[in-house]
Design a protein around this ligand. Structure first.
Ligand code: HEC
Length: 146
């Protein structure tokens, strides 16, 4: 019984620490330097891009080409290497497809709608794999999509 408890609490600890809103220090390093994983850095860039896109859509001068580095979502090192299961891949596919759709529309009203779908795609993955940043991501939504 004790053993099961230990295993459970270790598992819980891993789940809690593997994905945190804060940048995680690399486990093997004792230093106080925080080193975000490449996936976390990519996420921060995606967040920054989305913020910039939102402003540009508001100002009706949105223009972007598909950021090729987004494909790194499938490959670059993550805090939890086990994160890339089938569901993750499916959510990543949906997210990248939603970005392509946004880049394919020209009217502001459509851009607002497609932009909100991109943010939903972020949240759909985060709801499963990484709840920490959801509040921050949801702030990206256009409040009134009309
Ligand atoms: C397919 C799943 C998936 C999608 C889609 C996704 N994320 Fe993430 N996100 C993750 C995972 C997993 C992490 C944890 C990365 C790590 O620690 O290695 C993360 C981490 C983050 C972080 C925290 C970075 C840090 O400081 O450590 C932010 C912010 C974030 N994502 C924002 C976004 C935004 C904004 C979008 C959409 C534009 C998005 N994510 C789309 C899975 C996803």
């Amino acid at each position: 019984m004790k053993k099961i408890q230990v295993v459970l609490s270790i598992t819980f600890f891993i789940i809690v620490t593997a994905c945190n809103q804060q940048v995680q220090p690399k486990k093997q390093e004792q230093s106080i330097m925080y080193e975000p994983t490449p996936l976390a850095l990519l996420m921060l860039k995606m967040h920054g891009d989305a913020l910039g896109w939102k402003g540009a859509i508001e100002n009706e001068n949105f223009q972007a080409t598909f950021p090729e580095d987004y494909y790194g979502i499938y490959t670059v090192e993550a805090t939890d290497p086990a994160v890339r299961n089938e569901v993750f891949i499916e959510r990543a596919d949906q997210y990248l497809a939603s970005v392509e759709e946004l880049l394919g529309v020209e009217k502001k009203i459509e851009q607002v709608e497609k932009f909100n779908l991109v943010i939903s795609a972020c949240v759909d993955c985060h709801a499963i794999f990484c709840q920490g940043p959801i509040d921050k991501i949801e702030k990206l939504y256009f409040a009134d999509a009309d």
